[in-house]
Design a protein around this ligand. Structure first.
Ligand code: WQD
Length: 342
C-alpha cells in the first residue's frame, strides 16, 4: 500500500469519487461520515468499482470524544482529506450557527487530533466561493478573497485562515487547500454519483431530475446578466477530474514534494459555460428536450466566474481532462441508474 488515507465525508459526492481514485492509486482508504447527506450504499458502489470496500466509521467529527477514540483505534494514518462539511449556500443563510459549528468545529477538532497523534498532512476542501464576484477573470490563486456572500462561503474563508495560522504554529503540519469550481457529473460506471437530499439547489442535478420527470421545469435564474446570452457563467468541472486532483495533492505531501506548509490551488477547467449553454449541451448530448423557463435572478448569485488553472497545471501536474459533454453524459447515466431506468 502507498499509504493510509482518512477521508472525512467519504460517502458524499466528491468524497466517494476521491475514495475510488485513491484506491485505484494503491492507497488504503478509511472513511468517517455521519451519513447526514449520504447512505452506506455508496460503500457498495465504491466496492463495485474498485473491488475494495473502505473501512467505515459513522460519527460526526464535531464529537471530539468519538474522534479521539477513532484515532486510538486507527493507527498509522498518513494523511487526511477533509470533505465533511455542510455545503448548501441557501441553507447556510437560514442556519448560520449550524454551518459555523459544523464546518469550523470539525476542522478544529481534526487539527487538534492530528497534532496529538502526529498526522502531518491534510488536503482541505475549499471553494471558489471565496472569490465572491471577481473583478478580473479568469481568477488566479492571487485574486483577492472577497467578503463572503453567504455563511457557507465564510466558513471556507475562515477554515483557510485556520489552516494558515495552524501550519505557521506547528512547523511539521502540511496542508493543501483545493478551491473547487462547480463539481458535476458522475463516475462512468454510474455506481456512484451525486445524490442531493430533497429539491436540488444546484443546476445539474435539477437538470437531470427534470429530464427524468421528477421535476416539472427548470427555472433559469436570470437572463439579464452582462454575459453573451444573459445567463450566469460557471466553471463546471467533472467530479472525477476533481477527485484525481485530491490524489495528486495528497501524494505531493506524503512524498515530501510540497514547497510550503500551506498551499492553495484552483481546481477548475478554465472554461466557463452559461446556464443556457449547459442546458442545451445536456439536451444535445443525451437527446432529450428540457422544459425550462427564465425567472428572476437568485439572491446571492454572482454573474460569472471561471478559473486560471495554470498554477495547478504546472505545479501539481494536474489538468482537467473531461469536458462538458462527458459531464452531462455521466450525470444523465447516473440519474437513469438512480430511477431504475438504465
Ligand atoms: C450554478 C448556476 C445558478 C439552479 C455551487 C455550490 C457551492 C460551490 C460552487 C463548492 C448559477 C444557476 C442553479 C437552478 C439555475 N461548490 N441555477 N437554476 O451557485 O455556482 O455554487 O458551486 O463549494 O457550494 O453551491 O452552483 O449549481 O447552484 O448554480 O439557473 O435551478 O446555475 O443561478 O448561475 P453555484 P449552482
Amino acid at each position: 500500500m502507498k499509504g493510509k488515507i482518512l477521508v472525512t465525508g467519504g460517502t458524499g459526492f466528491i468524497g466517494s469519487h476521491t475514495a475510488v481514485e485513491l484506491i485505484n492509486e494503491g492507497y488504503e482508504v478509511v472513511i468517517i461520515d455521519d451519513l447526514s447527506n449520504s447512505t452506506t450504499d455508496v460503500l457498495d458502489g465504491i466496492e463495485k468499482i474498485t473491488g475494495t470496500k473502505p473501512s467505515f466509521h459513522q460519527f460526526n467529527i464535531c464529537d471530539e470524544h468519538q474522534l479521539k477514540a477513532f484515532f486510538e483505534k486507527e493507527k498509522d494514518i498518513d494523511a487526511i482529506i477533509h470533505f465533511a462539511a455542510s455545503k448548501a449556500v441557501g441553507e447556510s443563510v437560514e442556519k448560520p450557527i449550524l454551518y459555523y459549528r459544523n464546518n469550523i468545529g470539525s476542522l478544529v477538532n481534526l487539527l487538534e487530533e492530528m497534532n496529538n497523534v502526529g498526522v502531518k498532512h491534510m488536503v482541505f476542501s475549499s471553494s471558489c466561493t471565496v472569490y465572491g464576484q471577481p473583478e478580473k477573470l479568469p481568477v488566479t490563486e492571487q485574486t483577492p478573497v472577497q467578503p463572503a456572500e453567504s455563511p457557507y462561503g465564510n466558513t471556507k474563508q475562515i477554515c483557510e485562515e485556520i489552516l494558515q495560522d495552524t501550519t505557521k504554529a506547528h512547523g511539521n503540519l502540511n496542508t493543501i487547500a483545493l478551491r473547487y469550481f462547480n463539481p458535476v457529473g458522475a463516475h462512468e460506471t454510474a455506481h456512484i454519483g451525486e445524490l442531493p437530499n430533497g429539491v436540488p439547489a444546484n443546476l445539474v442535478p435539477f437538470i437531470t431530475q427534470t429530464a427524468a420527470g421528477l421535476r416539472e421545469q427548470i427555472s433559469v435564474f436570470g437572463s439579464d446578466y452582462n454575459t453573451p446570452d444573459g445567463t450566469a457563467i460557471r466553471d463546471y468541472i467533472h467530479v472525477v477530474d476533481l477527485a484525481k486532483a485530491h490524489v495528486i495533492a495528497v501524494s505531493r505531501m506524503v512524498e515530501g514534494k510540497n514547497k510550503a506548509n500551506y498551499e492553495c490551488f484552483n481546481i477548475g477547467t478554465g472554461t466557463g459555460y452559461s446556464v443556457l449553454e449547459t442546458v442545451k449541451k445536456f439536451e444535445e448530448v443525451n437527446g432529450v428536450n428540457l422544459n425550462y423557463k427564465i425567472v428572476d435572478r437568485r439572491p446571492g448569485d454572482i454573474e460569472q466566474i471561471y478559473a486560471d488553472t495554470t498554477y495547478a497545471n504546472e505545479e501539481l501536474g494536474w489538468k482537467a481532462e473531461l469536458g462538458l459533454e462527458e459531464m452531462m453524459r455521466s450525470a444523465w447515466k447516473w440519474q437513469l441508474r438512480v430511477v431504475g431506468k438504465d
